[in-house]
Design a binder for this molecule. Structure first.
Ligand code: GLU
Ligand code: ZN
Length: 300
C-alpha cells in the first residue's frame, strides 16, 4: 500500500528526545534525555529534540521553554531545529487521510464506560457501523497486531495480546491527534533510526510497530531504559509530582544519572563542567551496562 510519508535512507544514526511539556524535567526524564543523547553521540549520530505538545489541556505554561533551557544548562545540545508537534497537524492529517482512503480507519462512538463494561479492551464494536468521523474517535483497523519485539536493553519484549489486538484510537473524539499517530508520523518523517526512552512506553511500542507496518515503514531500533521509582514504589512522573531537576547544579544530577545507567563515572569528574562529564560519558558509553530494571529508589 502506498503512503506519501517518506523515510530518508538510514545510513546515519538519528536519535531523539521527545518530552511532553506537561511539566518540567525530573530525574526520570533526565535519564531518558541523557541515555538517548549518549547513545546517539557514541554512535556518531544526530540527537534531535521534539516537543510533544499535542495535548493542550495537559500542558503547563512555560514548560516547553524551561525544558529546552534545562537541556542547555546540562550541556545536552541538540542537532537540527526543535520540532513542535503542535505545528505538525498537516502531517498527521495527511497520514489520517491516507489511512482512511485505504479503508484502514473507522469512527467509534464507544464510551470509556462501555469498553470497561465489556471487559476493558475495545472489542471492535463499531467497525462495521460506518459512523461519521465528526464528533467521534477514529480507530485504526489493526491488521498486524504486533505483540513482541526485540529491545536493545530489555531483550525480547512480549506485550499484552489483548492490548496488541485492539483497534486503537489514532484521533480522539475531541479532535486531538492521539500520541501513537503523532509519534510514529514524526519519527518516520524525521528519519529516526533509534528510540531510547523510558520503560513506561514498552507496551505502547507494540502499537507503534503495528503503525510502522501499516504505513510500510522501516521501524527504528528500540532501547527502553528502566524507570526510577520513588521510595514508596511509585514511578517517578509528572503525575505524581516528581521534583524538577535543579538547573543550577547539573553536575551532581548528571553523575547520579550516569551511575543509574550502569556507567561508572570516576570521582575526578565531580569537579568537571557538564560538557566535560558528557564528553567522558560519550567516550565510555556502554549500552550493554544499562540495567534492565532499576534497583535504586529515590530517598524520601
Ligand atoms: N512524549 C512522551 C513522553 O514524554 C515520550 C514519547 C516517546 O519518547 O516516544 O512521555
Ligand atoms: Zn465503538
Amino acid at each position: 500500500m502506498a503512503f506519501s510519508l517518506t523515510q530518508r535512507p538510514s545510513n546515519q544514526y538519528r536519535g531523539r528526545f521527545a518530552p511532553s511539556p506537561s511539566g518540567l524535567l525530573h530525574f526520570g526524564s533526565l535519564l531518558t534525555a541523557l541515555a538517548s543523547y549518549l547513545d546517539a553521540k557514541a554512535n556518531d549520530g544526530l540527537w534531535l529534540v521534539r516537543i510533544e505538545d499535542i495535548d493542550p489541556p495537559r500542558e503547563q505554561a512555560g514548560a516547553a521553554d524551561e525544558i529546552l533551557r534545562t537541556l542547555e544548562d546540562y550541556g545536552l545540545h541538540w542537532d537540527e531545529t526543535v520540532r513542535y508537534q503542535s505545528q505538525q497537524s498537516a502531517l498527521y492529517e495527511q497520514v489520517l487521510t491516507e489511512l482512511e482512503q485505504h479503508a484502514l480507519t473507522y469512527a467509534c462512538a464507544c464510551t470509556r464506560a462501555q469498553i470497561k463494561a465489556s471487559g476493558g479492551t475495545y472489542n471492535g464494536h463499531c467497525q462495521h457501523l460506518a459512523l461519521p468521523y465528526q464528533n467521534h474517535a477514529t480507530r485504526l483497523r489493526n491488521q498486524f497486531q504486533t505483540n513482541h519485539y526485540q529491545d536493545l536493553i530489555q531483550g525480547a519484549v512480549q506485550c499484552d495480546t489483548n492490548l496488541a489486538r485492539e483497534d486503537f484510537i489514532i484521533k480522539r473524539k475531541d479532535g486531538l491527534y492521539a500520541y501513537q499517530l503523532a509519534v510514529v508520523s514524526d519519527d518516520i518523517d524525521q528519519g529516526i533510526t533509534h528510540i531510547v526512552r523510558g520503560c513506561d512506553l514498552l507496551e505502547p511500542t507494540a502499537r507503534q510497530l503495528t503503525l510502522y507496518q501499516t504505513l510500510n515503514a522501516q521501524p527504528p531500533q528500540y532501547a527502553h531504559v528502566p524507570l526510577i521509582t520513588t521510595h514508596d514504589g511509585f514511578k517517578l512522573s509528572k503525575q505524581n509530582k516528581a521534583p524538577a531537576i535543579d538547573r543550577k547544579s547539573p553536575q551532581a544530577s548528571i553523575i547520579k544519572a550516569l551511575e543509574f545507567l550502569g556507567q561508572q563515572p570516576p570521582n575526578t569528574l565531580s569537579e568537571a563542567t557538564p560538557e566535560e562529564i558528557l564528553n567522558w560519558a560519550i567516550e565510555h558509553w556502554c549500552l550493554a551496562n544499562v540495567p534492565k530494571q532499576s534497583s535504586i529508589a529515590l530517598p524520601p
